[in-house]
Design a protein around this ligand. Structure first.
Ligand code: SAH
Ligand code: SF4
Ligand code: F3S
Length: 470
């Protein structure tokens, strides 16, 4: 048994990051382990978790398991969890209730929990004490071990827990079963060393580790060969890409290399304002296949709160960066993340945030109420603001954000834009996204799926656009 340890997870050393670059293999005996069995995966949290689930699916299929999206049909049920806020926890534990019923009816079902919550001491403690029926818990550093963890669990009938709390390595060649044939997630780095005072991610995902550029380029080249239209480069802080590599390469260099593979669309997320340099802005504006879309988390507009959050930029620096981006990247779409009710946030601090929203005119924003995370410094900070007040601030902020989202969308009316058609929409038409990441419902035939087409925008809502192919 390997239990998580937040103190260990917090440590950062100067030790070299191990690169595991051999072929990924499983023993012959394990290849039959899932024969005749179905797996069901439910994924919470960010794109990184979504992509981890794509890896897990491929590993399970190497073991002859088959995927099902019907919970009731599954022999192996896996929840890939997120720890970012309390409500992510609540959702997972809520769903676990349903799984428990199924397990009572059919005890042979194997149940497992992985992802960021598995890295938390208190969660694993609760799983060991109150959820003994959960068969397997494995951490974010243990995904490639899954076949062996499953084998041990099936042989032993006791709760199997394998969670490493370490800086982590870079593991290449983990197989992947992608959810889409047109859009692909590509990890460029793992972990985070920023330690923003409210955030659990540096504890759940380990030290910042960049993949070598040659491996990333090779992955994108393979995707181009397979006909993929879009890649999204993933990392908690993509702008800090390469800082930890032995042979220097920065995000500007990497973006340029990927642009030259001629993949039609390149996106990247998430950008931290602190590492966004001019070279990177120049590269984005130089290549047509790097999308004019930047997600640039603000968190707060108050310098005092930004300092308490450990964000390493001021309101003025943030605004300077935004005006540079807008000046150099025509028709840039800008989105953000904002936290309200950080400990000690006053009405004046909150108004600084509203001020930034008014200046930046975001295309959209994800807004959250601060959620204390065990083990992080902000969880221990004094917080006098009532939840009621925080809710009021959130509502006020959302109203302002929606006003600009609507205003930005209105600018599209009558315009012709490029849309990558991804599939049928809920309304029976087609749906896809513009270069600027606007959701468009399109009138058209199914043979357009997977293609980038010119669409005229015929009507506009706050969260989506309607259009017809021209
Ligand atoms: N790496 C990204 C953020 C990843 S987490 C970045 O640095 O921008 C996604 C968002 O969740 C964050 O941008 C933040 O707005 C929010 N978030 C993180 N921790 C939170 C907490 N403890 N309470 C509320 N929101 C939080
Ligand atoms: Fe969390 Fe900050 Fe790292 Fe983003 S940069 S993942 S908010 S610690
Ligand atoms: Fe959640 Fe972990 Fe992503 S905490 S947001 S799944 S890195």
């Amino acid at each position: 048994m390997n239990l998580p340890n937040l103190k260990e997870a917090q440590k950062r050393t100067h030790n070299k990051i191990p690169f595991l670059e051999e072929e990924y293999e499983v023993n012959d005996s394990l290849k039959e382990l899932g024969k005749g069995k179905y797996y069901y995966i439910r994924t919470y949290g960010c794109q990184m978790n979504v992509h981890d689930s794509e890896n897990i699916k491929a590993i399970l299929e190497m073991m002859s398991f088959k995927e099902t999206d019907e919970l009731e049909k599954a022999d192996f049920i896996l929840l890939n969890t997120c720890a970012i806020r309390e409500n992510a926890h609540n959702k997972m534990f809520g769903f676990l209730g349903r799984v428990k019923h199924l397990k009572e009816e059919k005890p042979s079902i194997i149940t497992a929990i992985c992802g960021c919550m598995a890295q938390e001491e208190s969660v694993v403690d609760a799983l060991m004490k109150k959820y003994k029926w959960v068969d397997i818990v494995f951490g974010t550093h243990n995904i490639h071990h899954l076949p062996y963890i499953l084998e041990r669990s099936m042989a032993r009938q006791t709760q199997e827990i394998e969670v490493f709390s370490k800086e982590g390595e870079v593991i290449e060649n983990i197989p992947v079963k992608r959810d889409s044939k047109y859009k692909a997630w590509v990890n460029i780095m793992f972990g985070c060393d920023k330690f923003c005072t409210y955030c659990i991610v540096p504890y759940t995902r380990g030290k910042q580790r960049s993949r070598k550029p040659e491996w990333i380029v090779k992955e994108v080249e393979d995707l181009v060969k397979k006909g993929y239209q879009e890649v999204t480069l993933l990392g908690q802080n993509v702008n800090a890409y390469g800082k930890d590599l032995e042979n220097p390469c920065n995000m500007g260099n990497l973006l340029e290399m990927i642009a030259k593979t001629n993949i039609p669309r390149i996106r990247f997320m998430t950008s931290h304002p602190w590492d966004f340099n001019d070279e990177m802005i120049d590269v984005i504006s130089k290549y047509d296949n790097i999308m004019p879309y930047v997600h640039l988390p603000l968190q707060s507009g108050s310098d005092r709160i930004l300092k308490l959050m450990g964000r390493r930029y001021t309101k003025e620096e943030y605004l300077n960066l935004v005006s540079k981006l807008k000046a150099k990247i025509p028709n840039l779409a800008l989105t953000t993340d904002i936290i309200v009710g950080f400990p000690g946030e006053t009405r004046e601090d909150f108004e600084e945030t509203l001020d930034v929203v008014k200046i930046c005119e975001y295309d959209s924003a994800f807004t959250f109420i601060f959620s204390p995370r065990e083990g992080t410094p902000a969880a221990k900070m004094e917080d006098k603001t009532t939840l009621e007040e925080k809710n009021e601030r959130l509502q006020e902020l959302n109203e302002l954000v929606n006003e600009y989202a609507n205003k930005k969308n209105q600018e599209y009316l009558g315009k012709v834009v490029k849309v990558l058609i991804e599939g049928p929409s809920e309304k029976g038409n087609l749906m896809g996204y513009t270069e600027t990441m606007k959701l468009v419902n399109v009138d058209g035939k199914e043979d357009l799926i997977g293609k980038i087409v010119d669409v005229e925008i015929t009507s506009v809502k706050t969260w989506s656009l309607d259009g017809k192919v021209v």
